[in-house]
Design a protein around this ligand. Structure first.
Ligand SMILES: Nc1ncnc2c1ncn2[C@@H]1O[C@H](COP(=O)(O)OP(=O)(O)OP(=O)(O)O)[C@@H](O)[C@H]1O
Length: 384
């Protein structure tokens, strides 16, 4: 979704840029971001983000209620890169809107960068940076001009705005394009410029809502190089929503959200390890008959499926099963054209917890060489 629609009467800089459905009283822009005074010392909290029992409901059609977020608990450590992975409509943007104090939670608590989203929303908004799903850059203005306007909205003095703009452009690798109109920049450059803009006021936590949606793989990789550099060099805390599996793999921890609920949380490795079994896929001369044969070979608790992608099943140590399955199939006169065993992917994790796939591409096993029809292929990744 796009974050909630705005309210022009309120002068809070973040609200003016993003909009909000429930607006908190405004306060003057803090001296900490103006560069004119010494910043107030605020002790660093243990967690950059801490959420308990977060609920956000909207009035739905014909008097119904849409429960966008249904009781989320999570903690994100300082300096952590955390992914919120889920399909369209899962509640990712709504959660970000609440965590950035742009929408008021229906129930629950959240503390972001040391401030409570309900009781100190203006402080939350000052301490976070946001990258929205849809570009808010002015294509006719140069990179520098876009940054300058944003910096001034945040109350930075002209001088400080200039120096911060130079710094963030440097970090984004865009110094040589600072005088280019935004309309002439590539999609990846624009995204990096938007990230740079979100960093102008030195936020403690950066929220990125679907940061690489619409970008080609090369631009996506560039954006991620930039985000990794931010994390490694500046210790930024990054909260990323995405429905791209490979994007979530870039993060230290992932929460999988589905229909407003977190269904699994952990490091990518731990989430996949918890699934355990490898996926074995066989392409044969007769997949329906092959399925019956395979079912007779594997333990009875193993589900064996046959569809347009071939015969598939989940077993521990998948590659060790392939020769046995091939031998059994050959005994029944069924030729095996291809065989593959792959460790669990994040999509398998998603499927395990929701019964649905996030990835629409099919798993294609590598064809076996004609001379060795049962050659085993072990993959290190792949999709369902
Ligand atoms: N302002 C709103 N009013 C009513 N319903 C809303 C509003 N914002 C979001 N919703 C509903 O809440 C649910 C969660 O939406 P949300 O945008 O948070 O999901 P998402 O995971 O970010 O999806 P996407 O990736 O498509 O943006 C959806 O059913 C959506 O239609």
């Amino acid at each position: 979704m796009q974050l909630p629609a705005g309210d022009a009467d309120r002068p809070d800089p973040v609200q003016r840029l993003a909009g909000a459905d429930v607006l908190a009283p405004t306060v003057p822009v803090p001296t900490a971001v103006t560069g004119r005074h010494v910043a107030q010392h605020v002790p660093e909290p243990v967690y950059a983000i801490s959420v308990r029992g977060l609920v956000k409901s909207y009035p739905g059609p014909r008097g119904s209620t849409t429960h966008a977020v249904r009781g989320v608990d999570l903690d994100v450590a300082q300096g952590e890169t955390f992914a919120f992975l889920g399909p369209n409509g899962a509640g990712k943007s709504t959660t970000i809107a609440v965590l950035c104090a742009l929408a008021r939670p229906t129930a629950g608590h959240a503390t972001v960068a040391g401030a409570d989203v309900l009781s100190r929303p203006h402080e939350v908004r000052r301490r976070v940076g946001m990258l929205f799903q849809h570009s808010a850059l002015d294509a006719d203005l140069t990179a520098d001009q876009n940054l300058h306007i944003h910096a001034r909205l945040y109350g930075l003095s002209r001088r400080h705005a200039r120096s911060r703009a130079a710094e963030v452009l440097e970090t984004a690798g865009l110094t040589d394009r600072r005088r280019s109109p935004v309309g002439t920049l590539s999609g990846g450059m624009r995204r990096r410029l938007e990230i740079a803009r979100a960093l102008l006021h030195s936020p403690r936590v950066l929220f990125l809502d679907e940061p690489t949606t619409g970008l080609d793989p090369h631009a996506r990789a560039q954006v991620w190089d930039h985000l990794r550099a931010l994390r490694d060099r500046q210790g930024s805390t990054l909260f990323v929503t995405t429905h791209y599996l490979e994007e979530a793999e870039n993060c230290e921890r992932i929460a999988i959200i589905d229909r407003g609920r977190v269904v699994a949380m952990g490091t990518p490795l731990a989430l996949k390890a918890a699934i355990g079994d490898d996926l074995v896929v066989l392409r044969t001369s007769d997949d329906t008959a092959a399925r019956r044969v395979v079912r007779g070979v594997v333990p009875p608790d193993r589900a064996v499926a046959a569809d347009s992608g071939g015969v598939s099943l989940r077993v521990p140590d998948g590659s060790t099963w392939i020769p046995r399955l091939c031998a059994a199939l050959q005994r029944h006169g069924i030729a095996v054209h291809a065989a593959a065993a792959a460790p669990p992917t994040l999509d398998d994790v998603f499927f395990h917890h929701t019964g649905r796939s996030l990835d629409t591409t099919e798993r294609h096993p590598t064809p076996a060489a004609p001379a060795a029809p049962c050659a085993t292929t072990s993959e290190t990744g792949g999709s369902r």
